[in-house]
Write a protein that binds this ligand. Structure first.
Ligand SMILES: Cc1cc2nc3c(=O)[nH]c(=O)nc-3n(C[C@H](O)[C@H](O)[C@H](O)COP(=O)(O)OP(=O)(O)OC[C@H]3O[C@@H](n4cnc5c(N)ncnc54)[C@H](O)[C@@H]3O)c2cc1C
Length: 361
């Protein structure tokens, strides 16, 4: 089997496939370790699976990671606080993707970095054309993320107003709190949370990651001015890295398979980032895809049956989170005046706030 893309979705698929005994090749266009645009919030639901996927020596990552025990939502000069009961983790993508990549190697996956897949031909067996040459496989998993040459071109948003971008950097802040803080403003939001790198441990690093409409802001310092409390807080920060950005971010209904190729993670569907479940969804869909392909690779069922099974399980287990997050996004987009009663209820009903956080899961 060939897996295209070495992020959480691709490594989860490759590790599970190798654990199931299939010969697996994992192709990654870039190199690890590297920073990626991400809020770096790893939801509690992802932790058990992450533990299973990481090899023994990489599991220390989970112990070392900063615990996030509450969420604070800053909206319209109000703050709604809600505990995150089981305790989420903050894990730098620089460390997470590298640990999963190492774990794939230790699970027996053949790995190739700087190997860009250009096209997938055939419908089983497949021919994968890459920058390193052609490879043949009985099954292919597309884990190439929300935007890659393997996906049909994203619909053109037409004008700047509809275009969303993501921008992120690490800063240092004295005594950051153990919460994920989400600052909402018209045209986007910015998440702030403590994070630690494995190579250092001074406990002052924070990750700042914004999703914003391109006509509203394109740089982090412009984002900071869009929310007064965020602007005041940001004046005390010192940068630890150059900001990185991605564009465009396009939301569409998830599509778990296309032309006999299974899609996992963002390649199947991009989830609103403020839900903080994209990594979890990538790990779960990657694992699910490999499990659905296993009986085909053992020659017990046809490829079409494996794909059918994956589609059905994806709709049942994973698609609901897309619907809940779209509902939540629509709620945040309602006019400020109409938002007031909702905020009042959220502030005065911790159970409702917890329910809203849970309902995105
Ligand atoms: C602004 C923002 C904030 C976010 N915050 C959070 C958060 O706090 N928590 C959370 O859980 N999720 C968050 N997400 C979502 C999360 O980052 C993604 O859902 C997650 O990275 C998906 O993993 P993936 O493996 O599908 O894709 P990726 O992590 O994008 O990995 C895809 C890989 O495929 C490689 N690739 C691409 N094309 C090719 C090719 N042709 N050949 C070979 N390799 C290729 C890429 O180099 C890349 O390494 C956020 C996203 C954004 C944009």
């Amino acid at each position: 089997m060939i897996v295209i893309g070495g992020g959480p979705g691709g490594t989860a698929a490759a590790i599970t496939s190798a654990q199931n005994g299939a010969r697996t090749l994992l192709l990654e266009r870039g190199r690890f370790p590297r920073h990626k645009v991400c809020g770096e919030f790893v939801s509690p639901e992802a932790l058990g699976l992450l533990f299973q996927l990481l090899s023994g020596r990489e599991r220390a990552l989970l112990e070392e990671a900063v615990r996030i025990s509450q969420a604070r939502i800053f909206l319209d000069q109000r703050v709604v606080e809600t505990p995150i009961e089981v305790g989420a983790r903050s894990i730098a993508r620089l460390d997470l993707d590298a640990a999963l990549w190492q774990s794939a190697q230790q699970a027996g996956v053949e790995t190739q970095q700087q190997a860009s897949a250009h096209s997938v031909l055939g419908a089983g067996p497949f021919l994968v054309r890459t920058s390193l040459g052609d490879f043949e496989a009985r099954a292919v998993v597309n884990a190439s993320g929300r935007w890659s040459s393997l996906k049909p071109a994203a619909p053109n948003p037409g004008h700047q107003r509809g275009k969303w971008i993501g921008v992120k950097a690490h800063f240092s802040e004295s005594s950051p709190s153990d919460s994920v803080d989400l600052y909402f403003f018209d045209g986007g939001y910015c998440g702030v949370q403590p994070v630690a790198l494995r190579t250092e441990g001074d406990g002052r690093r924070i990750n700042v990651c914004a999703m914003v409409r391109a006509d509203v802001a394109s740089r982090l310092h412009e984002v900071f001015e869009l929310h007064p409390a965020l602007g005041r807080r940001a004046r005390r920060w010192r940068p630890c890295m150059e900001p990185i950005s991605v564009a465009p971010l396009v939301f569409a209904r998830p599509e778990p398979a296309r032309a006999e190729v299974l899609a996992v993670g963002d390649a199947a569907g991009f989830l609103d980032p403020f839900v903080g479940d994209g990594i979890s969804l990538a790990l779960r869909s990657g694992t699910l895809a490999a499990c659905c392909l296993a009986p085909f690779l053992e020659e017990k069922i046809r490829l079409s049956e494996a794909i059918h099974h994956y589609r059905r399980q994806y709709q049942r287990q994973l698609a609901p989170v897309f619907r809940s997050s779209a509902k939540l996004r629509r709620m945040l987009e309602i006019p400020r005046v109409a938002r007031r009663p909702l905020l009042f209820f959220l502030e005065n009903s911790p159970a409702l706030a917890r329910y809203l956080v849970r309902s995105t899961r």
